[in-house]
Design a binder for this molecule. Structure first.
Ligand code: ASP
Length: 354
């Protein structure tokens, strides 16, 4: 991935109070009208011209922008590797990181980064906008300024939010608990199963008891190997045998995120159970994640999930599909299938309620 780097000291001539890195990847956020009126990505090195109020934050900013900013629908695991590597390599010199990203796949990126960068003691805040920064009513300005404040916030030298988060529409959410739930309004993300880590009103009110507190012995680890031999199988009434077969029998498959109903229920039809059983027998991990954004999978609560438990489907608890998918990619990539089976159902970075 090609990117360029500029240094902007918004505090000059005074001393900056924190050093924050902004990584601009693309999305609606950075669009501006060109001479002919068409929306094109703007040159992020000129951010101070678009947002002169940044000077009031007294930050030393390192701005990294992708040479070819992307719509986040084009995001691939290689982009996660690039973003995580930039953060890892620049970790010591910065107090926090803000990643500007399209909203469409932001929850996947946030989840992936949380598993790839373990042992974080500094904030990684991902944000974007529903309206380009060039629009008068854009949410880009507030989202960026508050994200920078959160990325820079420290008490007694320690980061207030040492986690990968999404800041959007005045709420700070744990990244691997977030989902995009809205494409028109400004509050685009929700975290049904975990409370917001902060709310930004007149003041930024942090929910301390919900924020991860590092032990003090953390060492940042960069888990960079990702295995994408994973599929999502979303159930619906009327799903055919050939659709399920196409997934369970696909070449090289290592894991399936099975999107079930309610508290983890699925049809008990013999052909369906046999296909899953066969896949599990061949070593494929089948992970049960509910289609409901709130609540959790409890295998065995109903007859229709007891059978899943019996054939070896693993419960994903209250994980989001985004967290489940990226966690499988990282765990299988780093540790292989046997260890992934042990680790997948347990919380690693606060992505599920143990
Ligand atoms: N399609 C855009 C993207 O995700 C939407 C956005 O930025 O909000 O990149």
């Amino acid at each position: 991935m090609n990117y360029k780097q500029v240094q902007i000291n918004t505090a000059t001539p005074e001393k900056a109070r924190s050093r924050v890195m902004i990584i601009y990847t693309g999305g609606t956020f950075g669009m501006a009208h060109d001479a002919s009126g068409v929306l094109v990505p703007f040159d992020f090195a000129l951010i101070l011209q678009h947002l002169p109020t940044l000077r009031n934050l007294y930050l030393e900013l390192t701005v990294i922008s992708f040479i070819n900013p992307i719509d986040s629908s084009n995001v691939q695991p290689e982009h996660w590797q690039t973003i995580a590597k930039i953060i890892y390599e620049n970790y010591a010199e910065h107090d926090g990181f803000v990643v500007l990203h399209g909203t469409d796949t932001m929850a996947f990126t946030a989840s992936a980064l949380s598993f790839m960068l373990q042992g974080l003691t500094k904030p990684v805040i991902i944000t974007g906008a529903q309206l380009p920064i060039s629009e008068p009513r854009s949410d880009a300005r507030e989202n960026l300024i508050t994200s920078l404040e959160i990325a820079a916030a420290r008490i007694d030298g320690k980061a207030v939010v040492p986690e990968v988060c999404i800041y959007f529409g005045d709420e700070l959410l744990r990244g691997n608990r977030s989902k995009k739930t809205e494409s028109m309004h400004f509050d685009a993300f929700q975290s049904e199963n975990y409370p917001p880590l902060a709310k930004a009103g007149v003041k930024i009110e942090y929910n301390e008891s919900a924020i991860h507190q590092p032990s003090g012995h953390e060492q940042l680890q960069f888990l960079q190997r990702l295995d994408t031999s994973i599929s999502i199988l979303k159930l619906f009434p009327g799903i055919t045998r050939s659709t399920v077969e196409a997934i369970t029998n696909s070449a090289g498959l290592k894991a399936i995120v099975l999107e079930t109903y309610g508290s983890g229920n699925a049809p008990t039809t013999a052909w369906f159970i046999d296909l899953l059983k066969g896949a599990i027998h061949r070593g494929i991990i089948v992970l049960n994640i509910s289609q409901c954004p709130g609540g959790m999978v409890v295998q065995g609560r109903y007859e229709t999930s007891k059978v899943l438990q019996e054939i070896g489907v693993i419960s994903g608890g209250d994980m989001t599909t985004e967290a489940a998918l990226t966690k499988l990619m990282v765990l299988i990539g780093e540790y292989g299938l046997a260890e992934t089976k042990i680790k997948i159902g347990k919380s690693i970075v606060g992505e599920l309620t143990d």
